[in-house]
Design a binder for this molecule. Structure first.
Ligand code: HEC
Ligand code: HEC
Length: 228
């Protein structure tokens, strides 16, 4: 009887999975309200698979794994970005692919991470920002002067010895929009070593054009490594 009941549940689950190809997000960014049970499963999945690097409550650890509950990060990361990053991992970094967990578990982990967000998600607006245009040679100079100490000379991240992630590798660049990169550089990520680079309190007050120059340079790094 119990087994039969389970089968019925499994069947309903399969139906839901089939329906799962329907969009789970609106406009590519805004998550629908998560059910408490999916959040709970997401938390359990997170603790089992991710906390070893991303730490309890996903607060991150410099040089080990970034914070996933940082407000500026959650505020601009779309569900698509989060799900695809978790599914595919980031090649040539310690972030492994987790496709084997299955779509629903990954979905639940994203719901769990989102439950830490205190502000409205801006991913739709941020991802719709225009592409960066600029001079990669100027971007390279800025990058080498300000960013490379943390992110590595070729943007290869922790393996270069710093605390910044691998922002010059395709694993990041292929999934991040120019708007996502631009916003991160402008506002930084509070309570991490990623400071804001625009405004009076910034480490270096970069202009919009200078930030775009850096993005164009980073895009070039990602491409040349892909062609190798
Ligand atoms: C003092 C160290 C430091 C400097 C300098 C620095 N960053 Fe960062 N950056 C970080 C850290 C640390 C993170 C990830 C935050 C975390 O660990 O939670 C990060 C994250 C990022 C991200 C998001 C990457 C991702 O994986 O989502 C981008 C984009 C970025 N930085 C760009 C830059 C650029 C461009 C510069 C130079 C203008 C720069 N950073 C300078 C430390 C730094
Ligand atoms: C072995 C350590 C490790 C484990 C386990 C791990 N990660 Fe990561 N994760 C990393 C590292 C390192 C990065 C940054 C890679 C880089 O340099 O770009 C990362 C990056 C990420 C990012 C992108 C964050 C950003 O700032 O853009 C997400 C999302 C993420 N991980 C989710 C997860 C989830 C969810 C799990 C569990 C299913 C997980 N990770 C398990 C090490 C790990």
């Amino acid at each position: 009887m119990v087994a039969k009941k389970y089968l019925i549940h499994a069947f309903a689950g399969a139906l839901l999975l089939a329906l799962g190809s329907l969009p789970l997000t609106q406009g590519g960014g805004q998550a629908l309200a998560a059910s408490p049970s999916s959040e709970k499963n997401g938390e359990a999945q997170f603790n089992e698979n991710c906390a070893v690097c991303h730490q309890a409550d996903a607060i991150g650890e410099p040089g080990v794994a970034p914070s996933l509950t940082n407000q500026e990060f959650l505020g601009i990361a779309s569900d698509k970005f989060l799900m695809a990053t978790i599914r595919d991992g980031r090649e040539d970094t310690a972030m492994a692919p987790f496709a084997h967990l299955g779509r629903q578990n990954v979905r639940d982990i994203v719901d769990y991470l989102r439950s830490h967000a205190m502000e409205q998600n801006r991913a739709v607006e941020v991802d719709a920002q225009p592409d960066a245009h600029g001079d990669p040679r100027l971007g390279e100079q800025w990058y080498n002067n300000i960013c490379s100490t943390c992110h590595g000379v070729a943007g290869d991240g922790y393996f270069a010895g710093g605390t910044g992630t691998a922002i010059g590798l395709p694993g990041f660049l292929d999934k991040a929009s120019d708007g996502f990169i631009r916003e991160t550089i402008k506002v930084g990520r509070s309570s991490t070593r990623m400071l804001p680079f625009q405004g009076p309190t910034a480490l270096a007050n970069l202009s919009d054009q200078e930030i775009d120059d850096i993005i164009v340079y980073l895009r070039g790094l990602g491409q040349s490594q892909e062609e190798d």
